[in-house]
Design a protein around this ligand. Structure first.
Ligand code: NAD
Ligand code: UGA
Length: 453
């Protein structure tokens, strides 16, 4: 249940690797389901390298996308709950706790529509002990008002894929985590993954460890990004270079080299929401110091996003009013069309607030998405934005260009062509430290690179 960034790719890979299992992905959003069924594979609702090939092999064979939710539940031996769990926006815990209304709605629908024995798998990221709620709702249906005999087992099976590498992550996961008490259910799910994941990579834990491991993994990953971004700021003021520092510390096998790339701050739908959820849980259990510790990871991240917009304004003589500023990249990372919590959104909004005219180029993000994210339609003039089909067009007449997403094509930009169309003095703000700085400097641009003193 849930044909989103997780449900779609995850179930497509299961179908691809387990041809004898019929996989049906359901969603209430008819438009999304129609896109998953689109014969043109370039128009799937999620952009992920390799996803089109997987869908092409399995769709129509043992992979189906439909809005017929009840029928799919009734036919299923196993139901994965893969719906959204965003941060609550109102009521108790607003701004921190997860909004579990979609998980509860799904669970109630499974309770009502299931037939026979059904294994219910929590695939969404959930606060620790959510399985208790899921079990309680399902148990009420077992006792049955409608006379039908049904039974349930509940498992936790959080997803660790990262967007942009979802298919590679699903096909060769570091580990698959399954939490639960019911040995038969655990074995059944382990067998599904056993089609392609080596047995030693399938970890079994109790329900609560599994639920909490997912929040913890994201908290640790996000913490590394905030840690390196904090050091980047210190590098900039002391003459050190964060790339050199990252290499120096990353060669220590206890620290490791991954997730030490300084940038405009982490984005994506999950890091911030999952840490805030952890913070909320800690406060709920009276662990104030623990809550405050993790809260700082998010605070540092917001600061990093804000300081980039501020320093752009400073370098442009303290005003960007009416000036054209080009943004290269709007997605929260490369190789995805997802913009949820993208640092580009906050940076763009801050620059619009200062009166800039933004020209935005992203290879995969649709204009309608930018309209929603910036909460204003495209336009021309002060405090407006419009999109451009390529980087050179975006830089036309611009005083500054910001690299916000690490798309491969931005590593090899033709800086002499770009510099010619910009207004002088012209600035490059390389927020991902990926540009060919020598070429940009030779073309006459002034350069600020994140983490470079
Ligand atoms: P998403 O918003 O892309 O997809 C969720 C889908 O669920 C939507 O299409 C929505 O219409 C559908 N839905 C909601 N209620 C429904 C219902 N009652 N019946 C059927 N469909 C329903 O979200 P996502 O990014 O796929 O994330 C889903 C979960 O997975 C979240 O808990 C998230 O934290 C977790 N997660 C996400 C990622 C990621 O990279 N995006 C990675 C790991 C875990
Ligand atoms: C992250 C985790 O990596 C996944 O394991 C997890 O399943 C997922 O969240 C989730 O629960 O949603 P994702 O957000 O898709 O995956 O992408 P990441 O590669 O983790 O990047 C997150 C953000 O951190 C991006 O904005 C990225 O640019 C930034 N980042 C990452 C850095 O700034 N520096 C780095 O070194 C790494």
């Amino acid at each position: 249940m849930g044909a989103g960034y997780v449900g779609g790719p995850t179930m497509a890979v299961i179908a691809d690797r387990c041809p004898e299992i019929q996989v049906t992905v359901v969603d209430l959003n008819a438009e999304r389901i129609a896109s998953w069924n689109n014969p043109e594979l370039s128009r799937l609702p999620v952009y992920e390298p390799g996803l089109d090939g997987v869908v092409a092999r399995a769709r129509g064979r043992n992979l189906h996308f439909t809005t017929e939710v009840d029928a799919a539940i009734a036919a299923a031996d196993m139901v994965f709950l893969s719906v959204n769990t965003p941060t609550k926006t109102r009521g108790v815990g607003a701004g921190q706790a997860s909004d579990l209304r979609w998980i509860e709605a799904c669970t109630r629908q499974v309770a009502a529509a299931a037939q026979g024995h059904t294994i219910v798998v929590e695939k969404s990221t959930l606060p620790v002990r959510t399985a208790e709620t899921v079990q309680t709702i399902l148990a009420a249906a077992e006792q049955g008002g409608d006379g039908a005999i049904k039974s349930f087992a509940v498992l936790s099976n959080p997803e660790f894929l990262a967007e942009g590498t979802a298919i590679a992550d699903l096909e060769a996961p570091d580990r698959v985590l399954i939490g639960g008490q019911d040995a038969d259910a655990l074995e059944a799910l382990a067998q599904v993954y056993g089609h392609w994941v080596p047995a030693e990579r399938i970890l079994r834990t109790n329900l609560w460890s599994s639920e909490l491991s997912k929040l913890t993994a994201n908290a640790f990953l996000a913490q590394r990004v905030s840690s390196i971004n904090s050091i980047a700021a210190l590098c900039e003021t002391t003459g050190a270079d964060v790339k050199e520092v990252a290499r120096a510390i990353g060669t220590d096998t206890r620290i490791g080299s991954r997730f030490l790339q300084s940038g405009p701050g982490f984005g994506g739908s999950c890091f911030q929401k999952d840490i805030l959820n952890l913070v909320y849980l800690c406060r709920h259990y009276g662990l104030t110091e623990v809550a405050e510790y993790w809260e700082q990871v998010v605070a540092l991240n917001s600061w990093q996003q804000r300081r980039i917009a501020r320093l752009v304004v400073q370098r442009l003589f303290n005003t960007v009013a009416g000036k054209r500023v080009a943004l290269l990249g709007f997605a929260f990372k490369a190789d995805t069309n997802d913009t949820r919590e993208s640092p580009a959104i906050r940076i763009a909004k801050d620059l619009l607030e200062e009166g800039a005219q933004l020209s935005i180029h992203d290879p995969k993000v649709a204009d309608e998405q930018i309209v929603r994210d910036l909460a204003q339609p495209a336009g021309m003039g002060e405090s407006t934005w419009h999109s451009c089909i390529d980087p050179v067009e975006a830089c036309q007449g611009a005083d500054a260009v910001l690299i916000l997403t690490e798309w491969q094509q931005f590593r090899t930009l033709d800086w002499s062509a770009i510099a010619t169309v910009m207004r002088r003095p012209a600035w490059l703000f390389d927020c991902r430290a990926i540009a060919d700085a020598e070429a940009a400097r030779a073309a006459g641009l002034q350069i600020w690179t994140v983490g470079e003193g």
